[in-house]
Design a protein around this ligand. Sequence first.
Ligand code: WTA
Length: 650
Amino acid sequence: MEQSDNGNSIISSGVFNHNVGKYLSVQENSLQNRDAFWSEHARIIDWYSTWTKVLDDSKKPFYKWFKDGKLNVSYNCVDRHLKNNRRNKAAFIWIGENGEEKIVTYQGLYRRVNAFARTLLDSGLGKGDCITIYMPMIIETVVAMLAAARIGVVFTLVFSGFGSDALAERIRDSNSKLLITADGGFRNGKIVDLKKIADEALDKASDIETVIVYKRTGHDIDMKEGRDFWWDKIVKDDFLPVPPEVMDSSDPLYILYTSGTTGKPKGIVHGSGGYSVWVANTLKWAFDPGEDDRWWCAADIGWVTGHSYIVFAPLLLGLTSILYEGSILYPDPSRMWQIVERYGVNQLYTSPTAIRSLMRHGNHYPDACDLSSLKVLGTVGEPINPAAWEWFYKVIGKGRCPVIDTYWQTETGGFIISPSVNLGLPNLKPGSATFPMPSVEPYVLSEEGSPTRNGEKGFLCVKGTWPGMMLTINNDPSRYMDVYFSRFPGYYYSGDYAIQDEEGYFWLLGRADEVLKVSGHRLGTIEIEDALVSVDGIAEAAVFGKPDAVKGDAIVAFVVLREGHHRTPDFVTQTKKIIRESLGPITVPDEIHVVNNLPKTRSGKIMRRVLKAIYLNQVPGDISTLESGATVEEIKEAMDLFRKQNKDLL
Ligand code: WTA
């Protein structure tokens, strides 16, 4: 290892293919000859008919990639592989938490997708309708997604760790008429009662007429006559193929809800053509998986990483993927390494939180397994600290495998900044996502909107667009414009802080807004606060993230009780229970503090960041940057008042 100027180690050349020249020429070509570049790279998938224009930007920022191009994503993920030697190739090797194994070939996937598409058609669904999927990490979840795409039905898949209110909200906003769920799922050796949570959600979102329930755990559940149907009973395997619906490139494929700074979660809408072209190309560029490789994206299907890199990209490329149902710490921390050894995993893509939590258990678990099949490692979801990077690189990759730190977001569809094995790797610097993917033009902008100097912190923004960019926010196009395109005109605003170093490398430094990253899961403080104030007795709440060595952010909540309410001995336990049920276990605050008052601006806005600074005992030098819309004097007053009023409690 060499030392770079900024103190971070750089992998010395020789280990990898440092053909950065190729990367640079591809990048330049993608910017100079955008249309020709994408006309060529769009052929990574099959089209029924090609586009009249590569990019229609006449209604910016509502871009249309591959205008008028016709395709079907499900056809591209499954059918077209049946024509070649991938027909009997494993599409998925599924491993249950209890150790079961199921191998599904492309042919097998085709049968299942067609059978389920028939069921959806029989339920009266057609192009443009929306369904909600609330399922564990099983093959049938993928089948449901692809069956919907086959008949032009838009799906919204809800992370199985979310609770009933979160599910109800997504069902309502997406206007879903049908829900696909399971009796339960296995997680950490326990059953997650998905059907029970779904029933609670349906009491709140009553538009659902049909519920299809897959039997996974076999435990007792309630089935509502006339509404709920067992998957096995209604899906016929008599093999009547369902012709794929011809879709426009800009027809929506799915809606995925994600958290923002204000209001309820945003339904990010991804399209068909541009999105598919983007995820397939970016996976190839960044990780370069080969025809005979085993690819493992160890994310959850419920988040965008799972959508793009467990389901769509690997299937579009005709790869064999590992799909693991449960927790990587169950039954013990050797789970991940045993899977790598048993199935000969070649590319392993996971999160910094997963790496940190495995690292804590020491080297003996990975050391006991044969990890020699690994060729490329990857991370996503949060900034990776150099110690975790080095451990992944040395202990897991034995210094042989590059660590591909992919930076992207639900909104971007796929990687936008990432090293690229296929195009030529730069020297890697632990903690830097390095350089943009072809066609992406990132800038680090100052508060005033001008590019920052090298090494100066600013906001990561992207000029122009790329094919994987979301189409809009469901039901709220003006919010799409406001949130992403109004702050720096002409740029997409990511909400992340970044710096660019002297050598042009991008370093992502975390969120610039009120979004938390708890174990890589993206959560809005506002959603947790809303859930807290709906608890009986709580008048006001403020939530912020406290740095946590494993999880990234740990959730801290400060609450003020209503007049006449007193803190009971089980207040914290009860409140946590209510939050767990409504939003889900990942949203439960680690700490809940009861105070008399919260720091506020004169106009009554709660100053979360002031609270965080007080809590962390930081007396910030420049407090004017702490809260927009508040004066320095106001912040000082609020801090003093808060300290005085809560003297006995802090
Ligand atoms: C963060 C996940 C640093 C970032 C794909 C972003 C990262 C948010 C990285 C999006 C990375 C993702 N380095 N930070 N390599 N990748 N992030 O929508 O804050 O769940 O805005 O998409 O994760 O989270 P989301």
